[in-house]
Design a protein around this ligand. Structure first.
Ligand code: HSE
Length: 405
């Protein structure tokens, strides 16, 4: 029997306890041993829970119990999660987490501690909810040099886009519904301002390219400035707008990485990822494009990935899994100004000056404004051209990257 402690009994934590209980026989068959929930750490009371006798408010119960070999961290945030996880790993207890903030901020350090103590630190649920992506990257695709990873990594914003476009729901109501359904972060700003997707692309980039990518070094834009008008014009031009996390390796070895809304051609498979679903495209040098698709948020999908890691830890109690990267100071990242992209522009008026500043653009006139799909430039050049337009008295109403995926 393997004793497990679960730290946190919120949306994901209660889902983990539920799956460990309801799928007990299935998991026993997979592991060859029983997984026993010995503790659930939460400051709240759950007197009606069938596991009411396992609840504790004290982390010390868990850290001091030598029978507990696997600790699940599903509290979210970094305080006290970082301290608790570090102490568990230092004691040689394996840790499974769904906490992307923790992994994106402290992954290199926590993985190094796990290496020292021969413990495992697994984080499949931190990216893509129920979609397998960490394990495929480290196992099934291990023979590849990864050229690029691009994905819809935030279920909440994708859900909001869908509700706005298909159900004519306003932004705030769609966000409220996403919160009610347990998709959104405790502070939904992390979803709509792109920070959640940023943490996830940082984890994927760190894993795929071997050096820690910190969220602060990633150009990040959210979806709050996207209007229904832009969604409509993009649609007429053969595109959809999605919040995309993208990382690719440049020929100089550095990474082009960003999170921002992008126009995606309707021919691209990511354009069909709707509702709370996530889609992650990995371009491998041997495989070509491989796409992972599934529910990127929610109680049981995310808990499913956590439980898979618990089973994996149970199978590797004495050996360490190589899901590892080293620390880095940001020198592995190119400036966002050097990234090359075409843009969708919407400017007030007839677009005459804009079409001179951005020659050879595809142009569409609309109600009182003009839409341009420009050629490719560095983002630095685009910023300069936009400033020049504003200086000429042209109001730029919107500028969105056009994804080349
Ligand atoms: N808030 C996140 C999302 C939850 O909407 O994708 C899963 O990480």
């Amino acid at each position: 029997m393997i004793s497990v402690a679960i730290m946190g009994h919120g949306t994901v934590g209660s889902g983990v306890a539920e799956i460990l209980t309801t799928h007990r026989h299935k998991l026993f068959t997979a592991l060859g041993e029983e997984l026993y929930i010995k503790y659930i750490l939460d400051l709240r009371e759950f007197p009606d829970s069938p596991l009411a006798d396992r609840f504790t408010k004290s982390f010390e119960d868990i850290i001091n119990d030598i029978e507990v070999s696997i600790v699940v961290e599903v509290m979210g945030g970094t305080n006290p999660a970082y301290d608790y996880v570090k102490r568990c790993l230092k004691q040689g207890k394996s840790v499974v987490t769904s906490n992307k903030e923790l992994v994106a901020k402290y992954g290199a350090e926590l993985l190094a501690i796990a290496k020292d103590t021969n413990a495992n630190f697994l984080y499949e649920a931190s990216v893509g909810g129920g979609i397998p992506i960490i394990r495929p990257l480290t196992q099934c695709l291990v023979a590849n040099e990864v050229d690029e990873i691009a994905g819809i990594l935030n279920g909440t914003t994708n859900f909001i886009f869908g509700k706005m476009i298909n159900d004519n729901m306003d932004f705030d109501s769609a966000l409220k519904l996403a919160q009610e359904l347990g998709y959104a972060e405790r502070n939904p700003e992390a979803d709509i301002e792109g920070h959640d997707a940023c943490r996830k692309i940082c984890i994927l980039a760190s894993l795929a390219f071997g050096k820690h990518v910190y969220p602060e070094s990633v150009y990040t834009e959210g979806i709050t400035k996207i209007t229904l008008e832009d969604v409509k014009y993009a649609n007429e031009l053969g595109y959809v707008i999605k919040l995309i996390g993208d990382v690719k390796k440049h020929s100089d070895g550095k990474l082009d990485i960003c999170v921002c809304p992008m126009l995606i051609s309707k021919d691209c498979i990511l354009s069909d990822i709707n509702d709370v679903f996530n889609g992650i495209m990995v371009k491998g040098d041997c495989t070509g494009d491989v796409v992972f698709y599934g529910k990127g948020a929610g109680k049981l999908p995310t808990a499913s990935a956590v439980v898979a890691d618990i089973v994996d830890c149970g199978k590797h109690l004495k050996t360490r899994k190589r899901v590892f990267w080293s620390d880095c100071d940001g020198s592995n990242i190119r400036s966002y100004k050097d990234s090359i992209t075409a843009v969708y522009l919407r400017v007030e008026g007839d677009g005459e000056i804009a079409s001179e500043v951005f020659p050879d653009s595809e142009i569409k006139t609309a109600d009182g404004c003009t839409v341009l799909l420009t050629k490719e430039y560095t983002f630095g050049e685009i910023e300069e051209k936009l400033s020049a337009l504003e200086a000429d008295g042209v109001r730029v109403l919107q500028a969105i990257r056009i994804g080349n995926l």
